[in-house]
Design a protein around this ligand. Structure first.
Ligand code: SF4
Length: 618
């Protein structure tokens, strides 16, 4: 960058990519973010950042940023004033009422999410509010809410270093939450913590010294976790002194009666003796922490999986103890904040899937999309595009003219994290301050200011006069946030309280399915990317510039595919050509593709089921 270090204005804030919640310092000059500055005194991670945090900020000053409101006139989107654009949006929302729906990104600050909830639920009168986490993280936090009484993890990031055994379920923290991957690395190498991984593919964590990875059939996580619990009970390895006192134990025990290691082995592809050995090791460890990293790709049994993992931790007396428990790792920077604030439909409201179905059916007339790009990031692209094309009125509030925004009737230009004040809540429950480093570009407004202006159009007055007022309001209304104040958070932030009231919840058992002659397609995050935002950062794009299909080298050899070949994939919902990446990370019969890329849109193949079955040919 072209500036002396001493000439930079340095602003402390929080990374806007994943739920780890790394603090960072932005180096700013002439209203441009020019760099991030390493500060070893910052955050739990001593200033370390992954590629996304270190280089991903370039999207802030991207020349592709939207800088003025746009209104559709005929086939084109044309510049408009805020007054005109928001007037149209308010009119449509007002007339639509419960035929209006909102999809919001969990990248917004807590204050913005809380204000959005007020706008759509109170000022518009609609309960149809959801976010992309509704496809993955929300199911897990809903499971936690039933098991623990609050929608989050009973553990914090610091538990990783204090544990004696880490049991990582599915996927790889190094790719989804890289700085947490560093923490695992330190725990293994410095503290000698044992690492056991149950996953449908190997990852970078598998290469750590002493790590044991047990690769199972895709979709078998729940079957496997229940078999671990069954082994622990049958062999008397559970904490008999504590479990009897926990609500729901007997009913849960009955629900796992048939979940024997032998029964699981037939479905998991892991031998019964291995399942028993992992269960014994987990039970015997003085302190054990279960980790569940998320990267958009758990439709299906997410809720039951979270509950099964919490049951397993409760069974061994490991909830509420240092170095123990379950760490549910939400994908986006404020996924946990969205869960805490209840950004999901009420009993009467529609979730994301039902909202899109309503758009297609005509029952949803106005769709307000805030910071989401459903065309690329939601499953089943064709269905999503059809829904967005069908809805009468589409409003998109975003930084860029995304594939979704280009279909809109009104586009509202929003601000990046670097142009905002507020708070994010990390996956460990740390509420941390986000500080404005530059003034909004062009005629952009922060989501907070846009929502406040929209509230004024709808009701005659703005909802809040300051961030401080909004934070005080949300803290009073959100369990675990009582007593927190914006000023009191300081540079370090504060961990919100988990009011844990644990109980065993009977879990549904599931059956693992396979389709002969087809590949199980896994989708998720690629290293250095997060959602679709990182596509506008030069750093992440240098490291991983395009989508790809990864497959096992033996499968590739059988299909005469070599690294870099273009391959055709077909599923029940579509067809796509991608470059092949060949390796040993995946078992035979399994393929993986990241979901971030618009042109190589893997979600044109996915549907509503947890596993998509595809054919692959050269
Ligand atoms: Fe940002 Fe997550 Fe990387 Fe930390 S691990 S720097 S929060 S993307």
């Amino acid at each position: 960058f072209k500036a002396r270090w001493w000439a930079l204005n340095k602003v402390k804030t929080v990374c806007s990519y994943c739920g780890t919640g790394c603090q960072l310092t932005l180096g700013v000059k002439d209203n441009k973010v020019l760099t991030t500055i390493y500060d070893e005194n910052q955050g739990f991670h001593n200033g370390q950042l992954c590629t996304r945090g270190r280089w991903g900020y370039q999207f802030v000053n991207s020349s592709k940023r939207l800088t003025t409101p746009l209104i559709r006139k005929g086939d084109t989107l044309q510049p408009a004033s805020w007054d005109e654009a928001l007037g149209m949006v308010a009119d449509r929302l007002k007339t639509s009422k419960d035929a209006a729906a909102t999809l919001v990104t969990p990248r917004l600050t807590n204050e913005e999410l809380y204000l959005l909830k007020r706008v759509v639920k109170d000022a518009v009168g609609s309960d149809n509010l959801d976010h992309s986490g509704g496809y993955a993280h929300e199911a897990l936090t809903a499971g936690a809410r039933e098991s623990l009484g609050f929608p989050g993890s009973p553990s914090v990031i610091a538990d990783i270093q204090k544990s004696e055994l880490l049991l990582v379920i599915k996927t790889d923290a190094y790719e989804t939450h890289p700085v947490i991957g560093f923490e695992v690395n330190l725990a293994v190498k410095r503290q000698g913590v044992a690492l056991r991984i149950l996953s449908d593919k190997k990852g970078k964590l598998s290469r750590l010294p002493g790590a044991q990875t047990y690769v199972h059939t895709p979709g078998a996580e729940l079957v496997l976790v229940n078999a671990l619990a069954k082994t622990i009970v049958d062999e008397g390895l559970h904490d008999a002194s504590s479990v009897g006192a926990i609500k729901g134990f007997d009913a849960w025990l009955k629900s796992i009666e048939s979940c024997t290691p032998d029964q699981a082995a037939g479905q998991c592809g892991i031998a019964a003796d291995t399942i028993k050995a992992v269960a014994r090791e987990y039970a015997a460890a003085g302190k054990a922490l279960i980790m569940l990293p998320l990267g958009m790709g758990y439709p299906g049994h997410g809720k039951a999986l979270a509950q099964a993992l919490i049951n397993l931790a409760l069974l061994t007396g490991r909830v509420g103890k240092e170095g123990c428990g379950v760490l549910i790792m939400g994908e986006k920077n404020n996924s946990q904040g969205a869960a805490d604030l209840g950004i999901h439909p009420t009993a009467n409201g529609l979730n994301a899937q039902a909202i899109l179905a309503g758009c297609s059916a005509g029952s949803i007339k106005t769709l307000y999309v805030v910071g989401e790009n459903p065309v690329v990031s939601y499953p089943n692209r064709k269905q999503v595009e059809a829904a967005l094309d069908a809805v009468e009125f589409l409003v998109v509030q975003d930084l860029f003219l995304t594939e979704t925004a280009s279909k809109a009737d009104v586009v509202l230009p929003a601000c990046s994290f670097a142009e905002k004040d507020g708070t994010f809540t990390s996956l460990g429950g740390a509420v941390q301050r986000v500080n404005r480093a530059i003034t909004p570009l062009g005629d952009c407004r922060s989501d907070f200011d846009i929502l406040n202006m929209l509230h004024a159009k709808l009701t005659g007055q703005a909802a809040y006069t300051s961030q401080k007022e909004a934070f005080a309001d949300l803290a009073a209304a959100t369990p675990g946030y009582a007593g927190l104040t914006l000023e009191g958070l300081g540079d370090a932030g504060a961990v919100r309280v988990n009011n844990c009231t644990a109980s065993f919840v009977p879990v549904a058992t599931s059956t693992v399915t396979t389709e002969a002659g087809k590949f199980a397609l896994l989708t998720g995050s690629a290293l250095n990317h997060s959602g679709t935002l990182s596509l506008y950062g030069e750093g992440p794009m240098l490291v991983c510039p395009e989508g790809y299909l990864e497959l096992n080298k033996d499968d590739a050899a059988k299909l005469s595919i070599t690294e870099g070949d273009a391959v055709t994939m077909k599923s029940a919902t579509g067809e796509l050509r991608l470059k092949a990446k060949v390796g040993t990370r995946l078992p035979q019969g399994v393929a993986f593709a990241p979901y971030h890329f618009a042109e190589a849109s893997i979600n044109s193949l996915t549907g509503a089921t947890a596993i998509t079955w595809i054919t692959i040919s050269k």
